[in-house]
Design a protein around this ligand. Structure first.
Ligand code: THU
Length: 125
């Protein structure tokens, strides 16, 4: 699976976004080191604070099915279908740093960054 295809899968996952409160739909596609892929979308809630981001949906799906080794995540999102880069929030970066190494790749619409570039200090691995 190349990163272009992974990004495409994130766009497909975005179609499932439940985001009536923000109108900001997000999709994520998480690539495991064994080649399997788990997708996720953001799922909002009227309480607001219970909203789950697309990235954490993908991670929690994967970890709950026994996966713990990850290579990359592609993320697409925004208010409309435009391809502006959608950076993961602090909560999602914290979850990523629990399971991923510093060179874990984050695939955005126009760039690829590493996890350590976005959250330099909080690593277990
Ligand atoms: N959101 C994500 O799902 N991932 C991101 O990387 C940025 C933010 C969601 C949370 C909320 O449902 C909406 O986008 C607006 O913040």
């Amino acid at each position: 699976m190349d990163y272009k295809d992974l990004y495409k899968l994130s766009k497909e996952a975005r179609e499932f976004s439940y985001s009536p409160f923000s109108g900001f739909s997000v999709g994520a596609a998480l690539l495991c080191t064994d080649g399997s892929v788990f997708t996720g979308c953001n799922i909002e809630n009227s309480s607001f604070s219970l909203t789950n981001c697309a990235e954490r949906t993908a991670f929690f799906k994967a970890v709950s099915e026994g996966k713990r080794n990850f290579k990359a995540i592609a993320i697409s999102g925004g208010k409309d279908s435009a391809d502006a880069p959608c950076f993961p929030c602090g909560a999602c970066l914290q979850v990523m740093s629990e399971f991923c190494r510093k060179d874990f790749k984050i695939i955005l619409s126009d760039r690829i960054v590493t996890l350590a570039e976005l959250i330099p200090y909080s690593f277990k691995l």
